[in-house]
Design a protein around this ligand. Structure first.
Ligand code: ADP
Ligand code: MG
Length: 681
């Protein structure tokens, strides 16, 4: 055993869940399904799989135990931690699988994976037969994948896996009744240990600029509150980075009076793992200073962790005494009438606010600063609405079909989505060609669902052979599957924009991404980092893109749909670009907009007015444009766009562009003339 092992063992034994170990094992023997709740940090995610393993449910290594997580970061972090606890190498007995990354092997007995990955596994093996115990963790988050897994597992438990599958549903201390009822009154065990009281502070008056509020509160805590680390909830990467920087300078400024050492640590999903690990590092030491009157005073060292929702329940950080909660998170919002889905900064639910608060009371009594009024709190939704009820179901629908779920309307959902939402999703997939008239998977539908991608992206890949541009589309899809590659540091925006100009294609963000990748690819391995720095390109994004591209390439080749494209850019660049753009239309013909004036467009399918995103490469605003994403902020934007010819739309998707469906005068007459041209051609 490593030196570390015994140290860790000691901490493990102090976890609240340890007291419930025997209870749990007994319940496991006697029941097929168990609902387990416990406050964040009780030890559910790290300990339960180990208890199950110790109790012999891998049947001598014949079966695996898996534990789902809604977030990639959590799967990776927890698997790493458990491999340390068990003193084994990550990827051997303990492993993880997340999209585009598999760190497991045939020996793996405990596997952490995203709920989305378990769904993918269910598409290949409908019975999930390699697992003896399946743990659905963070069930209260009610992600789409988790909700669909519920239905699927319920079906398995009463049909093909009646005798040899156990299911454990784990969640924060809410909603257990709902889960119990759904699973035929399964027993419930709560493993929360001691919880300390947390004082809640509200604002007297609402505050508009919550980032400033966060900074003000943080400085006050650091200057006047006793020892304890601070956890701050913000909504996304940019906001967090911005806040880190501002807080840093504000604290430095206040150094004219002496203050304790501090460490500011960002925590969000796109951060590399070694950066995330910093959240678990020890707090800076206290300092003792002598005041003018000769008295000694302790200046407390403090960690400030500024995190997205990942710190709400998925990741446990010890030693948090103060929580600052502005009351917002980024949530997926889908409007089935308008058919647009977007990530929106939205108010959290009361349940969520209480989870956040709870993070302050794990090791001693704490304080929670809510940057909103008590009245606002009372007006929040009680629970977060399940994702399934507010998402575009298009992408999951084909997958459900492939999992052997025959009737999507009659499926036993924990909370059934509206018929409207389901019908829209069926329709989208039908237009795309994945489902036939009767709602059955077509050959194309099977192919599409082989890719861990949105159906539109998958279809583009599948069609790329016809357009002789497999390699280019592989690259574009890989780049679209990673976070933004362009870096724009606050202080060096001008240089960053200058560096970027070289890659820009004035008619297409997609081609701009292709240009970045193609040049990156030609750079020698040991100079890639340097190149990224010089060009203000995110190194990690590029690294990821290479990796993702490789995997997509393998799938494409396995389906026998890959053909190397021998495109000679020096000879006929415009022809090649034409083919690429047409291929984009194959996937994204439902995401197009028609020009009103300058940057202002009208989304074809829902008549919504939008602007081309300010950071776009597009400089010539043509009549028709295709977009990858719809972004809703204070204004409506379309992001990652390519100018296209209207003619391609009626050629490639004549059924979708039947004029009778479009009531808007401008779009309708434009389409009519395109149809006439098509006929005469
Ligand atoms: P729960 O799932 O009930 O929220 P976990 O099993 O995730 O609880 O965490 C239990 C404890 O394990 C935490 O309180 C923390 O001390 C420790 N822990 C978990 N992950 C890590 C990590 N990556 N590094 C260090 N400690 C960790
Ligand atoms: Mg957990």
């Amino acid at each position: 055993f490593s030196k570390n092992y015994f140290e860790i063992l000691e901490t493990r034994e102090q976890l609240p869940i340890t007291a419930q170990k025997e209870n749990f094992v007994k319940l496991l023997e006697e029941n097929q399904v168990i609902i387990l709740t416990g406050e964040t940090g009780s030890g559910k995610t790290t300990q339960i799989p180990q208890y199950i393993l110790e109790a012999g449910y891998s049947y001598g290594g014949k079966y695996r135990i898996c534990c789902t997580q809604p977030r990639r970061v959590a799967a990776l972090s927890v698997a790493t931690r458990v491999s340390e606890e068990m003193d084994v190498e990550l990827g051997s007995e303990v492993g993880y699988t997340i999209r585009f990354e598999d760190k497991s092997s045939p020996e793996t007995l405990v596997k952490y994976l995203t709920d989305g990955m378990l769904l993918r596994e269910a598409m290949i093996d409908n019975n999930l037969s390699q697992y003896s115990v399946i743990i659905i963790d963070e069930a209260h988050e009610r992600t789409i994948s988790t909700d669909i897994l519920f239905g699927l597992l319920k079906q398995l438990l009463t049909t093909t896996r009646k005798d040899d599958l156990k299911v454990i549903v784990m969640s924060a201390t809410i909603e257990h009744k709902l889960f119990q009822e759904y699973f035929n009154n399964a027993p419930h065990l709560d493993v929360t240990g001691r919880v300390y009281p947390v004082d809640i502070f509200y604002l007297e008056e609402g505050e508009n600029d919550y980032v400033s509020g966060v900074i003000k509160t943080s400085v006050e805590i650091h200057l006047s509150e006793p020892k304890g680390d601070v956890l701050i909830f913000l909504t996304g990467q940019e906001e967090i980075e911005d806040c880190c920087e501002r807080l840093y300078w504000r604290l430095c400024d206040s150094k004219s009076s002496e203050i304790g050492e501090f460490e500011i640590i960002p925590l969000y999903a796109a951060l590399p793992y070694y950066e995330q690990k910093k959240a678990f590092m020890p707090t800076p030491d206290d300092k003792i200073t002598t005041l003018q009157n000769g008295e000694k005073k302790t200046l407390y060292g403090r960690k400030f962790i500024i995190a997205t929702n990942i710190a709400e329940t998925s990741l446990t950080i010890q030693g948090i005494v103060y929580v600052i909660d502005p009351g917002f998170s980024k949530q997926k919002v889908f409007d089935p009438k308008k058919r647009v889905e977007s990530l929106l900064v939205s108010p959290i639910s009361r349940a969520s606010a209480n989870q956040r608060k709870g993070r302050a009371g794990r090791t001693q009594s704490g304080k929670c600063f809510r940057l909103y009024t008590k009245k606002t709190f009372e007006q929040l939704e009680r629970q977060t609405i399940p994702e399934l009820l507010r998402s575009n179901l298009g992408p999951v629908l084909l997958n459900m079909k492939k999992m052997g779920i025959i009737n999507l309307l009659m499926f036993d959902y924990l909370s059934p989505p509206s018929i409207d939402l389901l019908v829209r999703a069926l329709e989208t997939n039908h237009y795309l060609g994945g489902l036939d008239e009767d709602g059955e998977l077509t050959e194309l539908g099977h192919q599409i669902s082989s890719f861990p991608l949105d159906p539109q992206l998958a279809k583009m890949l599948i069609k790329s052979q016809q357009y002789d541009c497999c390699d280019e589309i592989l690259t574009i899809v890989a780049m679209l599957s990673t976070p933004n590659c362009f870096i724009r540091p606050r202080k060096r925006r001008k240089q960053a924009d200058q560096a970027r100009a070289r890659f820009i294609d004035c008619n297409s963000d997609h081609l701009t991404l292709l240009n970045v990748y193609n040049e990156y690819f030609t750079i020698q391995k040991n100079q890639k980092n340097q190149w990224c720095k010089q060009n203000f390109i995110n190194n990690r994004t590029m690294y990821q893109a290479v990796n993702i591209r490789k995997q997509l390439f393998n799938i494409l080749r396995r389906l026998d749909l890959y053909r190397k494209s021998y495109n000679d850019y020096s000879k006929n660049q415009s022809l090649i670009e034409l083919k690429i753009k047409k291929c984009l239309v194959e996937g994204f013909f439902m995401q197009t907009a028609y020009k009103l004036k300058r940057k202002k467009y009208l989304i074809v399918r829902d008549k919504q007015q939008v602007l081309v995103y300010p950071g776009s490469s597009i400089q010539f605003f043509r009549d028709w444009i295709l977009f990858h994403e719809f972004v809703l902020t204070e204004r409506n934007y379309i992001r990652t766009c390519t100018s296209i010819e209207g003619q391609w739309l009626v050629d490639i998707a004549p059924h979708y562009y039947e004029t009778s469906k479009f009531s808007n005068g401008r779009v309708k007459s434009a389409l009519e003339s395109l149809h006439r041209q098509r006929k005469s051609a």
